[in-house]
Design a protein around this ligand. Sequence first.
Ligand code: NAD
Ligand code: WQD
Length: 347
Amino acid sequence: MSKILVTGGTGYIGSHTVVELQTEGYETVIVDNLSNSSIEFIERIQSITGIRPAFIQADCKDTEAMKRVFTEHEGIEGIIHFAASKFVGESVEKPLMYYRNNIDSLLTMLELMPQFDVKGIVFSSSCTVYGQPDLLPISEESPVKTAESPYGNTKQINEEIIRDAIHAGAPYKSIILRYFNPTGAHPSAEIGELPNGTPQNLVPFLTQTAAGIRKELKVFGNDYNTPDGSCIRDYIDVVDLAKAHVMAVERMLKNAASPQLEYFNLGKGEGVSVLELINTFEQATNLKVPYRITERRAGDIEQIWADAHRANEILGWKPVETLEDTLRSAWKWQLKQLAGTTCLPAD
Ligand code: NAD
Ligand code: WQD
């Protein structure tokens, strides 16, 4: 049984990925400093799969602590590196914290991998590296554009660090996964995305509004050059996304002929506007969501969706969840969160 280190494994995408890894027979070791997640997720993973993952509360930047992890959990073959700070707005306010956390964490992993004979690393990147696309859908060959935020820049720099290390002869493989808009929760509603103050992302704000926690959802602009004037994104179900990680690990570790460095877009390949998403949520849940069109949000991309053919063909990955099912799972997760929250203002 292959042993995989999942950094950031109690977080949103990490916890779903641990579930899928365990389901496919992988042994998992989670390292998380719990800066944006809860230890409770270990129990919840166990309640879904019946297997308790090994868990070490540690910071990926802490070289000595990470050496102990590799020593005590001998035989780690691969890493999925989710651990990072991920809030775009916060990164504008605290750029140094973002550069320190996101870059040092990856450097620590890459420096230790050869010492402990770790064969490969899957890295969580983002479609944010493409900026405003010139051509849609966007393929992996599209140029990386100047980052819109320090967060986005950390993803670009991390990609370059991996590329340069491999070009310099590093003895491991890497698969860089560029996620589009991860959405929804595990169908059990045991795990999902934990809100961090007022949500900045569309779907958590929408479900909190539907739950009465927020007065109304603001739709940031309806004067874009799109069919209904609102922005278009590619919303990818988190369980489908998690499954892609298992396929990436499989290819990276088991396929001797696969290239040392590969990039894959992970999206559905479907563009959905903000207004279409609200409409689909209302139909899927039979709820009414109060919303209002407001001014555009600074820095927003008008429209982006993935050309995911490479992941479909090379990884054999096909997202299966419909947007309705994804939004229903987000709503089910929201209902689980309701206890203990109070009514908050719209902003
Ligand atoms: P998350 O915040 O839920 O998970 C990240 C986890 O990493 C958290 O549990 C946090 O406590 C942990 N962590 C952060 N810094 C750490 C450190 N130095 N040492 C140990 N643990 C640390 O975020 P997520 O949505 O699950 O995102 C996972 C990864 O995917 C991140 O790298 C993120 O940038 C990337 N990503 C996310 C999205 C998205 O919309 N959610 C989109 C594209 C890329
Ligand atoms: C989606 C659409 C908004 C909130 C961000 C990061 C990106 C990536 C994913 C990590 C946009 C609109 C939103 C609201 C709205 N993360 N919206 N009202 O902007 O695609 O990407 O998260 O890598 O880096 O930038 O996602 O969910 O914030 O917005 O109208 O209250 O919903 O304008 O069109 P985005 P989002």
